[in-house]
Design a protein around this ligand. Structure first.
Ligand code: ATP
Length: 206
């Protein structure tokens, strides 16, 4: 079985994430995909970080299909940081003998060799990246060759760009603007119902 491992902050999950997951399922012929919200974003400070429970709930609404499993594995792990290597070790124990495919964005793929225990990551999973910016394609291919020289297995998947980010979604909520087309409708309803991202709140960004 081929299992995709899709981590992110998902603050909130948006239609770009859903489209990316669909492209990976098809492009890599995956049997399943694990969607794993991170506890704290390792490299960035985020205004309005919704609780783990809210981010999990929104991911479950955005990924209802049986091929997806939204996992609280990182949110429930003790400790402040979520290391990808720990997640992959855990999945390797849970799914022995299955092939794991780590799905990364281009920004992350370009720095993979600097990640904590990158050599072990390369043993545990196939490194996958979606090409969405045409000007990055050559850089990603060159990087894939570099990583392969270090022992990684790499796959580059073609993507149709969908210009949306969680930052944009949070900004629109704060300004009271509609989210039509940017997040699945059930996620928009959840954000409104739970008053997330400063939706009508004046308590400041953190
Ligand atoms: P933020 O705006 O808060 O930085 P984000 O929109 O980049 O968030 P993340 O949860 O950090 O969302 O992203 C998880 C993964 O999804 C990353 O690998 C990222 O590159 C990828 N991703 C995010 N937005 C898109 C998009 N529009 N199309 C394809 N991939 C995306």
């Amino acid at each position: 079985m081929k299992i995709g491992v899709y981590g992110g902050t998902f603050n909130p999950v948006h239609s770009g994430h859903v489209k990316l997951a669909e492209a990976y399922l098809k492009g890599l012929e995956l049997d399943r995909m694990l969607v794993i919200p991170a506890k704290t974003p390792p490299h960035k400070r985020v205004a309005h970080l919704a609780s783990g429970a809210d981010r999990l709930a929104m991911c479950r609404l955005a990924f209802p299909g049986t091929e997806y499993e939204v996992s609280d594995l990182e949110l429930n792990r003790p400790g402040e940081k979520s290391y990808t290597v720990d997640t992959l070790e855990e999945l390797n124990r849970r799914y022995p003998g299955q092939e794991l495919y780590l799905l990364t964005g281009s920004d992350m793929f370009l720095t993979l060799d600097q990640w904590h225990e990158s050599q072990r990551i390369f043993q545990l999973a196939v490194m996958c990246v979606g090409e969405r910016e045409p000007h990055l394609q050559e850089r990603l291919k060159t990087k894939a060759r570099e990583l392969e020289a270090l022992g990684a297995r790499c796959r580059v998947v073609q993507l149709e760009p969908l210009v949306v980010s969680s930052t944009q979604v949070r900004d629109r909520v704060e300004r009271g603007e509609p989210l039509t087309g940017l997040v699945p409708p059930q996620v928009e309803q959840y954000i409104q119902a739970h008053g997330l991202y400063g939706n009508g709140d004046t308590s400041g960004p953190f």
